[in-house]
Design a protein around this ligand. Structure first.
Ligand code: AMP
Length: 360
């Protein structure tokens, strides 16, 4: 089985590393000649709308998948006319536009923060009357890792934020959450679904810093699974799917979904019977899914902007280091480490040391 991946970042790299034991060949498409996944898989160099490059990817693949959702819909459709594409173009399209995504949540009865479109300062008053203040102004498209969003507390900061971000925006209520959670599921070709345990995520400046799995008990796990099931069926989905949630005292609110493997699932490489990467490959290749059961407790820490000293990380008990082979740049995800232990309590003191090491 030959797997094509649109996008050659660290997610494609970890997919490739999970593919080799299964005897799969991986080719990735990326605009960067030193893409992280290009170091471990065949690389087609070209951008996501370059038909020649897309054609080379299609020729090298029995099935195509994505490590990135912001692929032009026309490219996904073009590929789908030549080779099976899983998940399908509709899941990508829905996840590319925050308003389409929130309308989908609402249509499926999945609670989400109140929201309103904003295309200029003239829309602000009406939008704020829907969301209240404080609120978060975000670009509808292409925002990630906190880029393209601002918290607004009053009309004047809202006006300033619109001037900075331009048009094609969405204003949403600021959620005073208890914590952030995510749930990762995998759906096979026959419609079978398996869920990983819920993960607790800590973000700073909009970037994921740590994920702990399984999350300490939540009263809302069944609500999260029901929401994901509805989305998977609606999107006729195949592969790994992630839903990011805010947990509040009144229940869960859906923030966004990712139609792909996810940073909050990296712990599954060492911390689950079958990793999210292997399960995604199994799903898109039409193979049986593997167990999503956790092996004890895990915590994952991202390395952002610089890599820590490998010696120090690996001296920690239960530590696994992943270096994505990327050039350092402020705010860039360069690697991660996962700590595993039979029980969560054993992780706390080691996590504190890992965080100190990660800060340099
Ligand atoms: P996003 O790109 O939408 O995933 O946002 C990145 C991070 O910003 C989230 O994980 C939250 O930590 C924070 N955030 C985003 N939207 C909201 C909101 N409506 N209320 C409070 N915090 C938010």
């Amino acid at each position: 089985m030959r797997i094509g991946v649109v996008g050659g970042g660290q997610l494609a790299r970890m997919l490739a590393m999970a593919a080799y034991p299964l005897g799969m060949q991986v080719t990735v498409l990326d605009a960067s000649s030193d893409a992280s996944a290009g170091q471990v898989a065949d690389l087609v160099h070209g951008d996501f709308s370059d038909r020649k490059a897309l054609g080379r990817l299609a020729d090298a693949s029995d099935v195509v998948t994505f490590d990135f959702e912001n692929v032009p819909a026309a490219s996904a459709d073009w590929l789908a006319a030549r080779v099976p594409v899983r998940p399908g173009a509709r899941a990508l399209e829905m996840s590319q536009d925050r308003i389409a995504e929130k309308e989908l949540f609402t249509r499926l009865g999945i609670p989400t923060p109140r929201f309103a479109p904003v295309d200029g300062t003239a829309d602000l008053e009406a939008a704020i009357s829907v969301t209240g203040l404080p609120a978060v102004l975000k670009t509808r498209r292409l925002g990630y890792d906190g880029k393209g969003q601002r918290v607004v507390r009053d009309m004047s900061s809202a006006m300033e934020a619109v001037e900075q971000l331009g048009s094609g925006l969405v204003l949403e209520s600021f959620v005073d959450f208890e914590r952030e959670l995510s749930i990762i599921a995998v759906r096979g070709m026959g419609g079978e679904v398996a869920f990983y345990p819920m993960v607790e995520n800590l973000h700073r400046d909009g970037i994921l810093r740590h994920s702990s799995a399984p999350a300490t008990a939540t009263a809302h796990a069944q609500d999260a699974r029901d929401a994901v099931e509805r989305l998977l069926v609606e999107l006729d989905y195949v592969g790994v799917f992630t839903l990011e949630l805010f947990e509040t005292t009144d229940g869960l609110l859906a923030n966004e979904f990712a139609p792909r493997v996810h940073n909050s699932g990296h712990w599954t490489i060492e911390g689950a019977v079958t990793s999210q990467f292997e399960n995604h490959l199994r799903a898109v290749a039409g193979l049986p899914l593997g167990s999503t059961a956790p092996r004890g407790a895990s915590v994952m820490v991202n390395f952002i902007g610089s890599m820590p000293d490998a010696d120090k990380v690996l001296s920690l008990p239960g530590a696994h280091l992943h270096d994505y082979g990327k050039r350092p740049r402020p705010g860039r995800k360069l690697g991660h480490a996962t700590l595993n232990a039979p029980a969560a309590e054993e992780l706390d003191p080691v996590l504190a040391r890992l965080i100190t090491i990660a800060r340099g």
